[in-house]
Ligand binder design. Structure first.
Ligand code: HEM
Length: 194
C-alpha cells in the first residue's frame, strides 16, 4: 500500500510508473531491479500482475511539467491526495536518471539566469546546453552521484544544484513547508525511502 501511495498509477510520468507499478505491456520488475542495484530499497513484485490494461491519454494533463510554479506543483499533488512530504520524497527519485536540456535551459538565460542556480553549476550547464545546442542532450538529474539511490538529491538542493526548476523550488521557495522536509531528508540517509 505504501508503494501505491508513493506512486499513484496512471498519473506520474512513464519513468515513474515503470519504477514501481506494472505498465500494461511492460516488464514489471525492471525498475525495482535497477533501484536495488543503485543501492535503493528492494521489494517483491508479483510477476504478471497488471494495474491497468489500458492507457488513458486524457489523464496525462494532470502530470506536472518541469515548468510548473510551486503553487501548481503542490496543487497537482494535493489533487491526488499527496501532501508536501510526498512531493519532496517522490521528487527524490531524481537521485538518478537524466533530463534533456529543453526541460531546464530556460534557467540558463545569458542575461537573466535563474537566481536559485549555483553559479558554478550554472556555468557547467551552460556548457552542456548552449543556446542553439541540441535540446535533447541528456544531463544528470543528480550531478553529485548520478547513478546512486541516495540522499544527495536533497543535499544538491541545499547547494542550489537542483537540475529542474521544479526540483530546486522545493528548497528555494521562501516560506514553503517543503524546505524543512528537504533539510530533514538531506540529514537522514533513509528518510527519503518510501
Ligand atoms: C514532481 C514533479 C516531477 C516533475 C516535474 C518531473 C519531471 C521530470 C523530467 C522533465 C525528467 C526528464 C525527462 C526527459 O528529459 O526526457 C524527469 C526524469 C525522471 N523522473 Fe521525474 N518528474 C517529477 C516527479 C518524479 C517522480 C515522482 C518520480 C519517481 C517517483 C520521478 C522519476 C524520474 C526518473 C527516474 C527520471 C529519469 C528518467 C531517465 O533517466 O530515463 N520523477 N522527470
Amino acid at each position: 500500500m505504501i508503494m501505491r501511495k508513493c506512486c499513484p498509477p496512471g498519473w506520474l510520468h512513464s519513468s515513474v510508473t515503470l519504477s514501481v507499478i506494472s505498465s500494461p505491456q511492460g516488464c514489471i520488475y525492471s525498475r525495482p531491479e535497477y533501484l536495488s542495484r543503485a543501492g535503493g530499497p528492494t521489494w517483491q513484485v508479483p510477476l504478471g500482475r497488471r494495474d491497468s490494461t489500458t492507457a488513458n491519454a486524457a489523464r496525462t494533463s494532470d502530470i506536472p511539467s518541469p515548468f510548473e510554479t510551486f503553487e501548481n506543483l503542490s496543487l497537482k499533488f494535493s489533487n491526488k491526495e499527496l501532501d508536501s512530504t510526498d512531493l519532496v520524497a517522490l521528487s527524490g527519485a531524481h537521485t538518478f536518471g537524466r533530463s534533456q536540456c529543453q526541460f531546464f535551459s530556460q534557467r540558463l538565460n545569458d542575461t537573466n539566469p535563474d537566481p536559485t542556480l549555483n553559479p558554478t553549476y550554472l556555468q557547467t550547464l551552460r556548457q552542456a546546453c548552449p543556446p542553439g545546442g541540441n535540446p535533447s542532450r541528456l544531463n544528470n538529474l543528480d550531478p553529485t552521484t548520478p547513478d546512486d539511490f541516495d540522499n544527495n538529491y536533497f543535499t544538491n538542493l541545499q547547494n542550489n544544484s537542483g537540475l529542474l526548476a521544479t526540483d530546486q523550488m522545493l528548497f528555494s521557495t521562501s516560506g514553503a513547508d517543503t524546505v524543512a522536509i528537504v533539510n530533514r531528508s538531506s540529514a537522514n540517509q533513509s528518510a527519503h525511502r518510501c
